[in-house]
Design a protein around this ligand. Structure first.
Ligand SMILES: [Fe+2]
Ligand SMILES: [Fe+2]
Length: 318
């Protein structure tokens, strides 16, 4: 493994503003669960399973970083699933114009799950040459999909796909990779549901406040994510913020093990937690019960209630 850069060299920013473009991976939980369990079960490849295309929505967020010199940088984390739905979300939130005007530096793909990747065409129609950052764990099929050579099972045929014309940047596993001063990508390798591997997350070091962890689904677990930050990113033993899907109990009640993990989050001392997407309402209710500082949402369009930072909602870490 390559040596990690010194923590000091990772830099700091003034602030990070996150806008949730969509936390709605899919519209109907029961239908999604049925599709996951069908066609050879949850470990079968997402690329060969059948999906109810009309159940697709998608997860994506806009991250705006203000650097110490006042420069503002924008990046997207993930691009959702349903191209029509995501196009509407990009239009409604102003992201479509940001992409067209070249204001978004990077599309950071956390992992290749359908609800985070298969909406790529909705980004490419505005900016086909956007730089895309993927973890080293991405499959050949996912790379072929990005190139426009392989359709998703719920998309149009390969002939009609816009081909990505920009750079691909790959994050190696287990090494902090600075993208800007203060903004660090880390890829984790593990087998994940639906026959995929790995997930990458982002860490931001906010001056005078501390480290913020930003996730897509956090399949590596929230404690793995936070432990990594304490060891390799943060100057302090505690962390400032947490945003994104935490994949704790997306489909129902908490197991004893999941409850233990939520209790264990206590040791990181988060001062702002904006969870959404696959975290699960039972998991967020447990965090509230434990007195964790949850940022509530406004239950905007297609969101799952006020417990999550929902569609169109924002949170500022400064
Ligand atoms: Fe997801
Ligand atoms: Fe996922």
């Amino acid at each position: 493994m390559m040596p990690a850069p010194d923590k000091e060299r990772l830099g700091e920013c003034r602030s990070l503003t996150v806008t949730c473009l969509s936390e709605t991976g899919w519209h109907d939980n029961d239908l999604m669960l049925a599709d996951i369990k069908a066609s050879d079960g949850p470990d079968a490849s997402q690329w060969t399973k059948s999906w109810h295309a009309d159940n697709a929505a998608g997860s994506a967020s806009l991250l705006e970083v203000t650097l110490l010199d006042g420069q503002r940088r924008k990046l997207l984390i993930d691009c959702g699933w349903n191209t029509t739905y995501m196009t509407r979300r990009f239009e409604d939130t102003g992201v479509a114009r940001m992409l067209e005007y070249g204001e978004v530096d990077l599309l950071f793909l956390s992992h290749e799950h359908l609800d985070h990747l298969w909406g790529l065409q909705a980004v490419l129609r505005y900016r086909p040459d956007i730089t895309i950052c993927v973890p080293a764990t991405f499959s050949d099929t996912a790379h072929a999909f990005i190139r426009g050579e392989h359709p998703s099972p719920t998309g149009s045929d390969a002939q009609a796909l816009i081909r990505h014309a920009g750079r691909i940047v790959t994050t190696p596993v287990g090494v902090p990779v600075p993208l800007y001063p203060s903004c660090v990508a880390v890829a984790f390798d593990l087998p994940v549901l639906l026959g995929i591997r790995g997930e990458q997350s982002l860490y931001f070091r906010v001056r005078d406040s501390g480290t913020v962890c930003v996730t897509g689904c956090c399949h590596q677990t929230v404690t793995t994510l936070a432990d990594y930050a304490v060891e390799h990113i943060s100057m302090e033993r505690t962390l400032y913020g947490l945003y994104g899907g935490l994949h704790i109990a997306p489909f129902g009640a908490l197991t004893a093990k999941q409850e233990e993990m939520i209790k264990d989050m206590h040791r990181f001392g988060f001062r702002k937690i904006a969870a959404n997407h696959c975290t699960g309402p039972a998991a967020i209710r447990k965090m509230i019960q434990l007195g964790y500082p949850i940022v509530y949402g406004s239950n905007g369009r297609d969101s799952s209630g006020t417990l999550t930072l929902g569609n169109g909602d924002g949170v500022v870490f400064e």
